[in-house]
Design a protein around this ligand. Sequence first.
Ligand code: AMP
Ligand code: ZN
Ligand code: FE
Ligand code: FE
Length: 290
Amino acid sequence: MSPIRTGIDLHTHSTASDGTALPDELVRQASAAGLTVLALTDHDTFAGIDAAAAALPVGAMLVPGVEISCVALEGERRIGLHLLGYLPDRVDGPLVEALDRMRQARAQRAVRVVEALRADGYEQVTHELVAEMAAGAPVGRPHLASALVQVGLAKDFDEAFGPAWLGPGARYRVPKQDLPVLEAVALVRAAGGVPVFAHPGAHRRGPTVSDETVAAMVGAGLLGLEVDHTDHDPATRAHLTGLAADLDLVTTGSSDFHGTRKPVRLGDESTSPAALERLLSLSPHQPLVA
Ligand code: AMP
Ligand code: ZN
Ligand code: FE
Ligand code: FE
């Protein structure tokens, strides 16, 4: 955990993706936690931004963002990774269209997972139940995990994300169509956004990309690294800090808050005021204030 809490948290999720707090609740919880700057970065959607902005108290700032599911190729290996995009055009353009396609791919993946479960006799898992868990949000594995827990097939979330169900290499781990990461970086830049590599060293989630891939992302327009994240140990943070200095990247820290779906709390990790200032200076767009 970062030693200093700055009240600047640049990576959070709401019910518009796989968080458990409504966007307006999230903004209220952020204020209660002492945050003055919050970025909403739901998976592959901007759907929660307007509701979050409408709930902003006077003096608080909302940085509109998104977390994009990407894939990098390293030789024969396909490695999943997440890209944060801050302050991009959210109304139309190639990024908005790419996100539309990704949400469709999420829906198709959910159908395939449910069909695979039902074909194996787990007929208590229905499309309706998964739709209920997602409640209109782009369907993520956390929604599928909630469905597995709800019907009693998995005893808890960890088991649902384990080897029997949705974990790496598991039978019901169906890949979805993620965006090639260099394309995603370029799309965010073309939309006037600031691309920041989310949790670049989160080994716990599966394999991570090499420093050479990070350099290639910089070549495509990457502007920052999320250094302080609960999934990073001290050695990983030190390495990423050095890499960011070598590549002249902004460094951020954030909670990656998911409400009650993860133990981390708002503001547990944070970004320095200087890094925020630099990040904001890299987009032609303004953050939202009440
Ligand atoms: P998806 O993008 O739909 O495949 O789901 C990925 C999301 O699942 C991540 O963004 C995390 O929020 C969540 N997730 C991945 N692994 C785990 C895990 N082991 N336990 C809990 N949540 C996880
Ligand atoms: Zn998530
Ligand atoms: Fe992520
Ligand atoms: Fe996230």
